[in-house]
Design a protein around this ligand. Structure first.
Ligand code: PLP
Length: 385
C-alpha cells in the first residue's frame, strides 16, 4: 500500500460512515449568535456557558495585559515565561478552590496528557469512566500504565476493578459534568471507593467549573468532594482558554519537575492570565450568581418544552442537553434542518460518542434569552423530533 492509498482509504471510510468532520469559518462563534456564510444563527453549540467570551471587563483585562506584558510570554515557565500575572492567577485559583497549589496549562488537553504521563508508570493502573473525554482516554492509552474502564457512573463496577491486585498505584479518572451527555458523576461515591482502595481520584471538571456550585466552584464543591487532582479548563464557562491542575504542594513540585507539557512548551500569554483573573472575579461575584441563575432558568425552560412523548432528552440538568438520535445520517440531516431554520446545533457522531448514539449536542448559554429557547423548541417540534 502506498502513502496515497493509506490516506485515501481512511478518508473514504470516514465519508461512507457519515462520520466526516468539517470545520466552518465563522465570523463569530461564541455567545448568543453564530455568524457564518453571511448569516446569523442562534448559537446552540458553543461552550461559552456563562456568556463571558465577550464580557467587557475581561476583554479590557486582556487588552491592558497585552499593553503591559506584550502579546507573548517569551518562553516556557521554566525559563522566562512565568510572570507575576501567572503567579497571581495560580494563587487565586488555589485559594478559590481550596487547594495548596494550582499549575497553569495551555489547554485542558495538555493538562490531562501531562498529568497522566508524569504520574503513571507501567506498574500502575488507570481506572476511568468509559465516557471520559478523549484527552483523558488517549492519555491513558498512551501511558505505560494498564487502562481499565468502568461502566458510566457505576461506582460498584469501579470498586470491582480497583480490588483486582495491582503492583503499583491506582488512579481513578472521571469528569464532573460529562461533555457529551451533560450528566454528573456521583463524585462522593467514587471518591469513597477510591479512598478505600488507596487510589487517587482525578476529576476533570471542564464543564462544571464556573457554572455550578457556590461561587462557581464546580461539581466537586457542589458534591463536597476534594479529589487529589482536579483539572479545570478555561475554554468553557470562563469564556477564554487554558487550564489548571489543582493539587497538593508536593504534587505541584513533582509536576514542575516531570510534566513535559510544562517544561517544553511556551506558557500562556500573561495577558491571557490577566483576562482569566478578570473572568474569575466575575464568576465569584454577585454577577456570577446572576449569570448562573439565568442559565438555570433557561435550562429548565428548555427541558419543560421538550417534555413531550415524541421527544426524549438524556437526563441532564447542565447546559449540555443532548438529543440522542442514534443514526449518523439522521443526526446530520436533523442538524442541517435546524440550521436552515436559523439554529446552529452540532451533530456529534462516533468515535466521539459510542456507536449508535449519534446526537445533537445542544448547549445553552446565559447569553440566550427565553425567546431563543422558545424558537429552538418550535424548530425541534417542527422537525418531528
Ligand atoms: C474540552 C474538554 C477538555 C479539553 O480542554 P481544552 O482546554 O479545550 O483543551 C478536556 N476535558 C474535558 C472533559 C473537556 O470537555
Amino acid at each position: 500500500m502506498t502513502w496515497q492509498q493509506k490516506i485515501d482509504d481512511a478518508l473514504t471510510a470516514r465519508r461512507r460512515a457519515d462520520a466526516w468532520r468539517q470545520r466552518y469559518a465563522v465570523t463569530q462563534g461564541a455567545g448568543r449568535w453564530l455568524q457564518a456564510d453571511g448569516r446569523q444563527y442562534l448559537n446552540f453549540s458553543s461552550n461559552d456557558y456563562l456568556g463571558l467570551s465577550h464580557h467587557p471587563q475581561i476583554v479590557c483585562a486582556w487588552q491592558q495585559g497585552a499593553e503591559r506584558f506584550g502579546v507573548g510570554s517569551g518562553g516556557s515557565g521554566h525559563v522566562s515565561g512565568y510572570s507575576v500575572a501567572h503567579q497571581a492567577l495560580e494563587e487565586e485559583l488555589a485559594q478559590w478552590l481550596g487547594y495548596s497549589r494550582a499549575l497553569l496549562f495551555i489547554s485542558g488537553f495538555a493538562a490531562n496528557q501531562a498529568v497522566i504521563a508524569a504520574l503513571m508508570g507501567k506498574e500502575d493502573r488507570i481506572v476511568a469512566d468509559r465516557l471520559s473525554h478523549a484527552s483523558l482516554l488517549e492519555a491513558a492509552s498512551l501511558s505505560p500504565a494498564v487502562l481499565r474502564r468502568f461502566t458510566h457512573n457505576d461506582s460498584q463496577h469501579l470498586e470491582r476493578l480497583l480490588t483486582a491486585p495491582c503492583p503499583g498505584q491506582q488512579l481513578v479518572v472521571t469528569e464532573g459534568v460529562f461533555s457529551m451527555d451533560g450528566d454528573s458523576a456521583p463524585l462522593a461515591d467514587i471518591h469513597a471507593v477510591a479512598e478505600q482502595q488507596g487510589a487517587w481520584l482525578l476529576v476533570d471538571d471542564a464543564h462544571g467549573i464556573g457554572v455550578c456550585g457556590e461561587e462557581g466552584r464546580g461539581s466537586c464543591s457542589r458534591q463536597q468532594v476534594k479529589p487529589e487532582l482536579l483539572v479545570v479548563t478555561f475554554g468553557k464557562g470562563f469564556g477564554v482558554s487554558g487550564a489548571a491542575i489543582l493539587c497538593s504542594d508536593n504534587v505541584a513540585d513533582y509536576l514542575l519537575q516531570f510534566a513535559r507539557h510544562l517544561i517544553y512548551s511556551t506558557s500562556m500569554p500573561p495577558a491571557q492570565a490577566q483576562a482569566l483573573r478578570a473572568a474569575l472575579a466575575v464568576i465569584r461575584s454577585r454577577e456570577g450568581d446572576e449569570r448562573r441563575e439565568k442559565l438555570t432558568m433557561l435550562i429548565r425552560r428548555f427541558r419543560a418544552g421538550m417534555n413531550t412523548p415524541d421527544l426524549t432528552l438524556a437526563h441532564s440538568d447542565s447546559a449540555i442537553q443532548p438529543l440522542i438520535v442514534g443514526d449518523n445520517h439522521k443526526a446530520l440531516q436533523l442538524a442541517q434542518a435546524l440550521r436552515q431554520q436559523g439554529c446552529w446545533v452540532t451533530a456529534i457522531r462516533p468515535p466521539t460518542v459510542p456507536t449508535g448514539t449519534a446526537r445533537l449536542r445542544i448547549t445553552l448559554t446565559q447569553a440566550h434569552e427565553a425567546q431563543d429557547i422558545d424558537s429552538l423548541l418550535e424548530v425541534l417540534h417542527g422537525t418531528g423530533q
